[in-house]
Design a protein around this ligand. Structure first.
Ligand code: GCB
Length: 686
């Protein structure tokens, strides 16, 4: 009854009636709430990931400036649940000049996709909030196919609407997702509207605070993908690390389509075989092949073709094994060290390895690394302090790691999956990270797992203070006042000045038990002294100089009998900033000429921080220290290139860039570049 009355009342009148009714009862707060905030509709979650995307039937919706437009919506007013008038997805347009519509995507500013909007529009540089992206495209749905929307990365919460109806929502940036959209499409012009919101909160992954720019928008390819109704969702083909004439082949249909005949071919290896899907619509088989192995010196790839009765997908796959044994890493059973950094210019560094931190990059990176012969570490943004106890946070992170693994599972270049970076110890963190490791195990157990750990107890760092004090008390150039302080620190600790004391750090994070590679970020020579200067009442300059002196003897080991990878070390330097000036003058302190005349050394050999020289010096000392530690089998200095970071405001030096790059944002090489390149070529040449 009510329904039929509603049907005959025109909508505008109805709204008016509701509005009127609201006014009559406006003292009732709950009515007021429901008036301003509608219940959010249900947003479906994405389907399982479609793999082998580059060989699918795709129509790209990537677009130049003329194709996509955007509207910034800082108050989040365009969502159907927050608007009086149905929100932006209605995409109302002016017809007679009398319609009240307060947005217009056709005349809105244009944007290139993929592309972060904070990079495209200066006004949005620091913006964190919702932005709507609009794309009109022509399409003719095909009865015999399914149509999917595939987005390779969108930060961080994405809601999708097609022709005014809700397609779904995906939370967590950087990784690919797809929705089947057949039922939303019509013949002719279609409208895709994507709301991207790069707001982060304490329960998101990453959390609010990151040392990288929280770029918002669609940051990966956007494709319309057509598949048969019964299609191969994804397939896995990886060499057996224990037997190089065997590979594991796994395949998954989009549904439990049993009895499907699937053929697998590797023409160059004269391999061709047929398999039948089981009752879950899947295949798991070991196949016999005898490939040339992929390695940085021979990045050999083979064309692999998988066909069913109604489709064929293909990819270029390299076959190699990666494993650890004791404290060593083996690629194809040959001992290898990870010499890390970033592609082209980075190849000039004589690298063989890249840590793609701290979040998944585009799939094109791994494809290029496959061809170039570079090993890759891929990572999810479980960074610093995550909301470990929150099941929704865990589900975002699981989704990220699973989708990353499913996307790049056939890339020979990917040898390491990393589940976290610098996460403080706690029981709930252990549970969370174990859940992510299990998630990897479900899909791929052929690669190394790791996490960049935090370690070093307070007690260990107290012993670093003693090592520095001892060095300070012995060093001739140290000013007598500071020397007296060092001596009193040693007295208190009952340490005589002629003792030999070296600092040793043992990585004992219990997560190490479950990882293949013990990764560790350390900042000797950069951050650490800053922690001690107030506490010791010693100037930072003196402590930095002493740190350089003790650094080569620092011991880094782990209680786990596994290889260590130093996943970060580094120092900030502004390209072109050369400071050979007398450091003590800069600090407005008289140069102290000690009895041995070592004051000259004190002045001349110390370079100010942020200079290229300081960074280069730090690299020299670090590399000496690291190569003195036999358990260390890999390094990836932080970082290849200066990058945008909101945490780095220092004017004239940082200007919102993290300056630890070996090259600046324009590709200029700093002095430390050569130091690392020489080290890789001459000291770590194997
Ligand atoms: C770290 C973080 C990295 C930062 C780096 C730095 O430990 O893992 O994200 O950018 O230090 O520059 O401080």
């Amino acid at each position: 009854m009510i329904n039929s009355i509603l049907n005959i009342i025109p909508r505008t009148v109805l709204s008016f009636l509701i509005f009127f009714a609201f006014n009559l009862e406006s003292e009732d707060q709950s009515d007021a709430d429901s008036f301003f905030e509608r219940e959010a509709p249900v947003y479906p979650t994405p389907d399982n990931l479609i793999g082998w995307i580059d060989s699918r039937q795709i129509i790209t919706l990537n677009g130049e400036w003329s194709y996509w437009s955007y509207i910034v919506d800082p108050m989040n007013n365009g969502l159907p649940e927050s608007s009086f008038f149905g929100g932006f997805p209605k995409n109302k347009t002016q017809k007679t000049g009398m319609e009240l519509i307060e947005y217009n995507f056709e005349t809105a500013a244009k944007i290139q996709i993929p592309g972060a909007w904070n990079a495209a529009d200066e006004k949005l540089f620091f913006y964190r909030g919702p932005v709507w992206l609009y794309k009109k495209f022509k399409y003719s749905p095909k009865k015999e196919s399914l149509t999917h929307l595939y987005i390779e990365g969108s930060n961080f919460t994405t809601r999708i609407f097609i022709n005014g109806s809700i397609v779904g929502k995906f939370e967590g940036g950087y990784v690919p997702f797809n929705f089947e959209i057949s039922k939303h499409l019509k013949d002719g012009e279609n409208i895709l509207l994507v709301q991207t919101d790069n707001t982060l909160n304490e329960s998101s992954v990453p959390t609010q605070k990151t040392d990288w720019w929280p770029w918002g928008g669609i940051v990966g390819d956007v494709y319309i993908v057509e598949t048969p109704k019964q299609f191969i969702r994804n397939a896995y083909l990886q060499l057996n690390p224990e037997n190089f004439t065997q590979a594991l082949f796994k395949l998954e249909m989009n549904h439990k389509f049993a009895g499907q005949e699937i053929s697998l071919e590797i023409p160059e290896l004269q391999f061709s075989n047929k398999f039948i899907t089981n009752s879950s619509g899947a295949i798991t088989e070991n196949i016999k092949i005898n490939p040339q192995l992929w390695s940085p010196s021979n990045p050999k790839l083979y064309e692999v073709i998988i066909s069913s009765a109604n489709e064929s997908i293909k990819d270029e796959i390299g076959f190699r094994s990666i494993k650890t044994q004791g404290q060593k890493i083996y690629l194809n059973n040959t001992e290898v060290r990870f010499k890390g950094k970033l592609l082209l210019t980075a190849k000039e560094l004589n690298i063989n390895f890249v840590r793609a931190a701290h979040y998944p990059y585009t799939r094109h990176l791994a494809k290029i690394a496959d061809q170039f012969g570079l090993m890759l570490w891929e990572e999810v943004p479980v960074y610093w302090n995550i909301d470990w106890d929150n099941p929704e946070t865990l589900s975002i992170a699981k989704n990220q790691i699973t989708r990353l693994v499913q996307r790049d599972q056939n890339r020979a270049s990917v040898v390491v999956w990393s589940v976290a970076n610098e996460t403080p110890l706690s029981e709930s963190r252990m549970k969370f990270l174990h859940a992510l490791l299990s998630e990897i195990e479900l899909t791929d157990s052929s690669r190394l797992t790791t996490a960049a750990l935090l370690s070093g107890s307070e007690e260990q760092f107290r012993s670093l203070v003693l090592v520095l004090a001892l060095q300070g008390a012995k060093s001739k150039w140290v000013d007598p006042k500071e020397k007296a302080i060092f001596k009193s620190i040693l007295d208190q600790a009952n340490i005589s000045i002629d003792r030999e004391l070296n600092f040793s750090l043992s990585i004992a994070d219990p997560l190490g038990e479950s990882l293949d590679l013990i990764s560790y970020n350390e900042y000797f020579g950069w951050y650490y002294v800053t922690f001690f200067t107030d506490q010791m009442m010693i100037s930072e300059g003196t402590l930095r100089e002493l740190m350089f002196e003790v650094m080569p003897k620092i011991k880094i080991s782990s209680i786990f009998n596994k290889p260590i990878h130093i996943s970060e070390f580094g120092a900030g330097a502004k390209y072109g900033n050369h400071t050979n000036k007398i450091w003590s003058e800069e600090f407005n302190k008289p140069i102290h000429i000690s009895e041995f005349g070592a004051g000259a050394k004190y002045g001349n050999h110390t370079n100010k921080i942020w200079s290229e020289e300081y960074q280069a010096k730090l690299y020299k000392h670090q590399l000496e220290m690291l190569s003195n530690n036999p358990q260390i089998q890999g390094i990836s200095p932080w970082v290849f290139k200066d990058f945008r970071a909101m945490l780095r405001p220092l004017p004239g030096i940082q200007d919102f860039y993290n300056r630890k790059g070996l090259i600046d944002e324009n590709g200029n090489k700093k002095e430390a570049f050569k130091v690392l390149a020489d080290f890789y070529e001459n000291k770590w040449h194997q």
